[in-house]
Design a protein. Structure first.
Length: 312
């Protein structure tokens, strides 16, 4: 369990650091918001379930404050439900399916989180402390609402994501290069997450049927492995980003910083050159970093500077 405790502490830190990296994009790029919400909810949810902290300190303190046990566990489940709904939004933002309605999706998200929260508050899990709710409480009555909202949202969201990720991998243009590797590891992470949902559903079903065997005895260990698996794979995708995509962005950023002053002079000179309608200057480091996200800004800048040089 020491390895799990260490990983459980490191994972939310890494997720929240990545969220901090994405925050500047929140205003300027609306399409970045769903994935940021996914990472933020998963990071906070995982932080709420660091065993050595949540079980021994947070749970006791929150019980003294509210009279309710297992609030950290419920917090992780509610944030997880929100994150899974946000996965659907993130995939829809990229795939642009005609059937997706953002306002309707927001209402469904609120409904699923509310169902999970109501199920927890009405269940006996609020009366007795435990570090594994699904082991110590039979999933009947209100707990069916609690687990049903969580696992139902999880399995649907990951099946939805896998449908589009597998479709992307069928494209030869996507399979090659860094993007293909990222899509592949995200597909693997979603697959393990889907297996986690199926494992949890099977365990809860056996618990409700009062079945005890080797599987139920080791279900907690299996669950922990399946929880950490997607996190490790997602970490690998970040490594691919850092080694294959980030260097190109840094090169574009340095080019923008190097030529931004000269580019701004050309834009403000009233030249007869044909300039892009949405031509922007990059006088600050933040603006330069934002512009380096794709090659478009760098390419436009170099074309304009080249035309200005040949027209002199």
């Amino acid at each position: 369990m020491t390895f799990y405790n260490t990983a459980a502490a490191l994972v939310p830190i890494l997720l929240l650091l990545f969220v901090a990296f994405r925050i500047p994009m929140w205003k300027e790029n609306r399409d970045s918001r769903p994935l940021t919400k996914v990472l933020l909810a998963l990071g906070l949810g995982q932080a709420a379930r660091i065993p050595v902290i949540s079980d021994d300190y947070f749970d006791v303190w929150l019980h003294d404050l509210t009279g309710i046990w297992n609030i950290p566990d419920a917090t992780a489940v509610l944030l997880g439900t929100f994150a899974f709904c946000s996965i659907i939004e993130a995939v829809a933002t990229v795939a642009r399916p005609l059937t997706f309605n953002r306002r309707r999706h927001q209402w469904i998200t609120a409904l699923m989180v509310a169902i999970a929260g109501a199920g927890f508050l009405l269940s006996p899990a609020t009366d007795t402390p435990t570090n594994f709710v699904s082991r110590d409480f039979v999933p009947t009555g209100p707990l069916l609402m609690y687990w049903g909202a969580y696992l139902g949202t999880l399995t649907f969201a990951l099946a939805y994501a896998l449908y589009y990720l597998v479709g992307l991998l069928r494209e030869s243009r996507v399979r090659t290069g860094p993007l293909g590797r990222i899509v592949a590891v995200l597909t693997a992470a979603c697959t393990l997450g889907f297996l986690y949902g199926m494992n949890k559903l099977l365990y809860l079903t056996l618990q409700a049927a009062d079945v005890h065997n080797w599987y139920t005895a080791h279900a907690q260990s299996i669950t922990l492995v399946l929880v950490l698996g997607p996190m490790i794979i997602a970490g690998y995708s970040l490594l691919v980003f850092a080694t294959a995509i980030l260097p190109d962005r840094i090169r574009r950023y340095n080019a923008i910083r190097q030529y931004s002053a000269e580019y701004e002079k050309v834009l403000l000179s009233g030249t007869h050159l044909l300039l892009p309608r949405d031509a922007a200057t990059y006088s600050t480091r933040r603006a330069a970093w934002s512009g380096s996200r794709t090659p478009i800004a760098t390419h436009r800048m170099m074309v304009v500077l080249s035309d200005a040089a040949t027209s002199r």
